[in-house]
Design a protein around this ligand. Structure first.
Ligand code: ATR
Length: 272
């Protein structure tokens, strides 16, 4: 029987994941399909019981990444620390939860700039769910230090507390967005994760003057060179958009479901 996968969210119509995963199944001749499942927050518990019977696995997107955690049987330690599940694997009726978002970003950064996260000092700008998942993953992957800059300092503190819990040896720091120290030269990688520039015409005010030129900068916003990236580029940094984050989080989900190497080139093509 054909295996069924999908993505649950509210809304979920815009998701590019079906194109990416169906192309991957076709390329590897796996008899499976991947669909969109709109699930409202109120319906989540009931729908998860239905999917336990009908789906072999699924992705989870906004607003369910946290709410689904108590409905999962076995939560992976990184997902637990990030307090976010974006991938569910149904193994004989037992639901396993993972977070592949941070891994997707890690691979995107390593590929885009030809670097290894290990030993690096990473600065996240923003402290929402996406940053939280990524900061935990980067710490787990061997980052030397994780700093978080945010308008609301308490939210940045909550993110670094999660990092410290899973990786106590990683050095963590928090800064207010509008009051960065003059010397930021220890930072190797900047990740922009606020929602400010999602809307065209809006610009995040950020002071690049204390950073070294050798620093690299990725924006989680994709398909557009944001004002943030433009400023980083003008400062002499190498820059990249977040296009490959979606690709690599999907590739990791695919591998968790199929236990086969994801056909990344085919998946990338399906996203364009
Ligand atoms: P996610 O989708 O990643 O969960 P979120 O929780 O909506 O995102 O968080 C959005 C991020 O953008 C937060 O870091 C938020 O800062 P606050 O924690 O201070 O709210 C940041 N953000 C949104 N609007 C902003 C603005 N006008 N200026 C600065 N930061 C802003």
């Amino acid at each position: 029987m054909s295996r069924r996968y999908g993505i649950i969210g509210w809304p979920v119509e815009h998701s590019l994941s079906p194109a990416m995963h169906n192309a991957a199944f076709a390329a590897l001749k796996i008899d499976a399909c991947y669909d969109r499942y709109p699930v409202s927050p109120d319906d989540l518990p009931e729908q998860v019981s239905v999917f336990r019977e009908s789906l072999s696995g699924w992705n989870v997107t906004v607003p369910h990444k946290q709410a689904i955690i108590p409905l999962i049987d076995v939560v992976d330690p990184v997902a637990e620390a990030a307090h976010s599940v974006n991938t569910v694997v149904n193994r004989d009726g037992l639901l396993y939860g993972y977070s592949t978002d941070g891994y997707g970003l890690q691979l995107a950064v390593e590929e885009a700039f030809g670097i290894d996260i290990k030993g690096k000092h990473v600065l996240f700008v923003g402290a929402g769910g996406a940053v939280q998942a990524a900061a935990v993953q980067f710490a787990e992957a061997g980052a030397l230090a994780i700093s978080v800059v945010n308008r609301t300092v308490e939210k940045a503190e909550a993110v670094v507390a999660r990092v410290s819990k899973i990786a106590p040896d990683v050095e963590v720091k928090v800064f207010p967005l509008n009051d960065l120290p003059a010397d930021m030269s220890s930072i190797d990688i900047i990740i922009q994760g606020t929602s400010v520039e999602l809307k065209e015409g809006r610009e995040l005010s950020f002071d690049f003057s204390g950073f070294k030129r050798e620093c690299v900068c990725m924006d989680m916003i994709y398909n557009r060179k944001t004002p943030f990236l433009n400023k980083a580029g003008k400062h002499g940094m190498r820059i990249a958009g977040g296009e490959d984050m979606l690709l690599y989080q999907g590739a990791k989900s695919f591998e968790l479901w199929t236990e086969q190497n994801a056909p990344v080139a085919v998946m990338r093509q399906a996203l364009t």
